[in-house]
Write a protein that binds this ligand. Structure first.
Ligand code: NAD
Ligand code: 6OD
Length: 496
């Protein structure tokens, strides 16, 4: 399909909750606004506290009576059916993701929806092949024992996800939670409710037992999100979003001592050594700073370039940034869509103003593009590069979450490691160098959950994913997801 064809897709105009196998509406609703042109895409039901409670009760009943007692192979088969169901409606999902976020069609196709499918297949494969720990134990009195570990579901898992990679991040948590035998009550971001609604349609259409997957729409604070975290029958919360929301959720779950997994914000660095493959590093930083209009938690907003190549790097990145095509995702060749909303654009533009006040040199961008068409009512900003700020500037220390990076020179390896680590966040970093010994050495010293060397955003779903400091705690992915979504129980058996 051409990009333009996705603009014609018939998407639901009233988005409802999916509770106990049924779509249900609410008295209250809110508009889902297009970031591309400001038009209203749909009305979204706003869950009441009773509806959140009904979803949790359905999940608990089903977990106890149905889902928790299925064989591993049966659960894996269901996950494969869900993946196949998304695959069968691939273009609907692409259309939903593009409409809600304005991201390029090519990205929705190659990343978002493809990963949504892979998330279900990966965790189906994992539970089919997972092995367990086993130990032989002798005691001083001559006893012989074996120990083995079983993994039991937690019960009901609450999933709360953000708007920046809607289906990818929603399914990154729904899939392992279901795979491990939990039932789920999931709340997507109020900014991007459509692909989660299509996923509920898939669940219904494949005949997933009612109550296994429950979807509630609504806002976060003093609304569906908060009520979910406070519900006594929720056994764990898995959350992706802002660090300050993570902090509010931690307080909400404290009384119930619930398990939490947090994937939070970042202020990620890219380090370019003078020995790096220059073109690869420029292209890599272009991607890591501007993909999804900079709205990926893994994006590099701080770029450190070794002094001998600093000026040349700034010139090269400026040229490639100015060649990005900002505009409607329905136009052929668009590389950069809008921000998620005008509200978020206000936040990003406030940093654009602040950077100038803090003394930045604006290498490129710094404003709002003009189109002369409906996109002038959208939430676009220009991809922006700054230089000249001290490491202590707010624009260099605070997460902006837009298409922007600050480039600073450095002189020595130790110095740059210290500057990278001098951050309240600890999510991801990239190192660009042709000296792999140095690459490994630097990676070991960087205080983040992920370090890429000569790469960015390459994901093997078996690897641990997560951050440190304000970027969260807990790791998900492969066996690490099994650790979070199950209760490990040791069984100790006398054999002699
Ligand atoms: P957000 O924290 O504002 O919202 C995320 C979700 O939390 C939404 O569904 C929202 O409704 C809900 N929520 C808000 N307040 C709540 C409350 N008090 N109780 C319960 N739920 C509540 O985040 P966002 O603006 O949607 O997403 C952008 C942020 O997410 C950025 O900071 C980004 O770095 C971060 N993020 C991190 C990762 C990661 O893997 N570390 C991935 C993606 C995004
Ligand atoms: O790839 C993933 O599994 C993941 N959680 C990515 C997060 C991206 C942040 O925006």
């Amino acid at each position: 399909m051409s990009p333009n064809a996705y603009a014609q897709a018939a998407l639901p105009k009233r988005l409802q909750h999916f509770v106990d196998g049924q779509f249900i509406d609410s008295a209250d609703s809110f508009p889902n606004i297009s970031p591309i042109d400001g038009s209203e895409l749909s009305q979204v039901a706003e869950a009441s506290k009773d509806q959140v409670d009904a979803a949790v009760r359905a999940a608990k009943r089903t977990q106890d009576g149905v889902w928790g007692s299925l064989k591993v192979s049966e659960r894996a088969d269901w996950l494969y059916r869900i993946a196949d169901g998304i695959q069968a409606r691939f273009d609907d999902f692409v259309a939903a993701e593009v409409a809600d976020t304005g991201r390029p069609v090519s990205q929705a196709r190659s990343l978002d929806i493809t990963r949504g499918i892979a998330n279900f297949r990966t965790f189906a494969d994992l539970i089919r092949t997972a092995n367990s720990e086993f130990y032989e134990t002798s005691t001083a009195d001559g006893g012989e024992f074996i120990n083995y570990v079983t993994h039991k579901p937690l019960g009901v898992v609450g999933v709360i996800s953000p708007w920046n990679l809607p289906l990818l991040l929603f399914t990154w948590k729904v899939a392992p939670a279901l795979a491990m035998g939990n039932c789920v009550v999931a709340k997507p971001s109020e900014e991007t409710p459509t692909s989660a609604t299509l996923l509920a349609e898939v669940m219904r259409d494949i005949g997933l037992p009612p109550g296994v997957f429950n979807l509630i729409h609504g806002h976060g604070g003093n609304a569906a999100g908060e009520w979910l975290t406070q519900h006594p029958d929720i056994d764990a919360i898995t959350f992706t979003g802002e660090s300050k929301t993570g902090s509010a959720i931690m307080k909400a779950v404290a009384d119930g001592v619930k398990n939490v997994s947090f994937e939070l914000g970042g202020k990620n660095a890219a380090v370019v050594f003078a020995d790096a493959d220059f073109e690869a590093a420029v292209d890599g930083v272009l991607s890591s700073s501007f993909t999804n209009a900079g709205q990926v938690c893994l994006c590099s907003e701080r770029v450190y370039v070794e002094r001998p190549i600093f000026d040349r790097f700034v010139v090269a990145l400026k040229a490639k940034t100015e060649a990005l095509k900002v505009g409607s995702p329905y136009d052929e060749g668009t590389t950069t869509g809008p921000l998620i909303s005008k509200g978020h654009r206000e936040k990003v533009l406030s940093y654009f103003r602040l950077a100038v006040e803090e003394g930045a040199t604006v290498v490129t961008g710094g404003g709002v593009p003009s189109f002369g068409n409906v996109c002038d009512d959208g939430a676009f900003v220009q991809p922006t590069i700054w230089t000249g700020l001290p490491d202590t500037a707010r624009c260099v220390t605070e997460e902006i979450f837009g298409p922007v990076c600050h480039i600073a020179p450095f002189d020595a390896e130790d110095e740059v490691v210290n500057r990278v680590n001098d951050s309240a966040y600890g999510l991801a970093a990239c190192v660009w160098t042709s000296n792999l010994t140095r690459g490994h050495r630097v990676a070991r010293q960087i205080e983040t959950g992920i370090v890429w060397i000569n790469a960015w955003f390459v994901r093997d779903l078996r690897t641990p994913f997560g951050g440190s400091k304000l970027s969260g705690f807990g790791r998900e992915g492969g066996r690490h997801s099994m650790d979070f979504y199950t209760e490990a129980t040791n069984v100790c058996v006398r054999i002699g």
